[in-house]
Write a protein that binds this ligand. Sequence first.
Ligand code: HEC
Ligand code: HEC
Length: 272
Amino acid sequence: MKTLSWRTLLIGAVVITLVIAGLVYFFARTPDGPQIIGAPSTPQTAWDQEHWAEVERGYQLATQTYELLPDNVPVDRLHCSSCHLNAGGNPKSAWWVDLGARYPTDTDLQARINQCFERSMNGNPLCTPATEGAAGDCDANPEMAAFLTYMQWLDQQWAAQGLDVAPPQGYPPIAQLTGDVARGDDLFEPKCGICHGVSGQGQTAQGEYAFPPLWGVHSFNASAGLARNQETLARFIKWNMPLNTPGSLTDQQAWDLAAYLESQPRPSEVAQ
Ligand code: HEC
Ligand code: HEC
């Protein structure tokens, strides 16, 4: 009888401990944050049905930019998705959600997209946005329309996550440090070379870039955000690279690699 009650007590204690641990876990766990928005696969809503061709086209343009738009991207061998991972659907990668808050009119957003074409893609704008005096031709440009519609679709996917938080913007923050080119040089080959090549030239498979170039003629030009602003590049690297283990570098390593990448040659600045 006595042993049985000890056993019962012991089992009771274990059960209570498990229940308490469960409750602590339940209340202490951090709520799930913004999730990556995947590629458009099937239309879900009436709005989707109506706009699906443009949504899919916008996604394709973002992920096969130089292949599909050779007139606008003649030399650069990047995709929008090279820097906006998951085609603008990745909350840690300057995603294309809630852009209306920063670019209140279509004209503002068209101008911002063109800016990435001219600098990050080292190419030519898609169209001429309207100004006070002139109508411009962006509203009639099918590629620009596809980008804007795809971005609206991303907004809807974000809304569907139902999170009561402000959507992130840009690349997440990083400590204010100073990058060192020599240390970045030492880190580059072991951490980055396997994909981007030991000379940062990227890697091709059947003529297509499987891993994008980080400097040189096929890269973004000196006016691009990643070239002009070392903190932006450090933030991008810290939260997105190495692609298979993002977040694994220290803040200092991200700054050192940013300093090293920015010390390398790339196409010159565009006229302002
Ligand atoms: C070489 C890297 C790179 C490529 C390629 C690139 N961008 Fe960007 N883009 C950036 C950076 C850096 C920013 C600024 C992010 C920030 O706010 O810190 C940016 C910002 C933007 C923004 C504004 C985002 C905001 O939150 O204000 C849009 C829209 C955009 N890019 C669209 C595009 C499109 C469309 C393409 C393809 C045609 C493209 N980008 C290609 C690097 C790139
Ligand atoms: C596992 C492969 C892999 C590794 C390792 C890797 N990257 Fe990348 N990186 C990519 C891919 C792929 C992209 C383009 C993103 C996409 O298409 O989804 C990219 C994009 C980039 C870009 C923006 C586009 C460009 O070409 O400029 C930079 C900058 C970059 N990586 C830097 C680094 C640095 C620095 C390291 C080392 C810390 C690194 N990467 C390690 C695969 C990798």
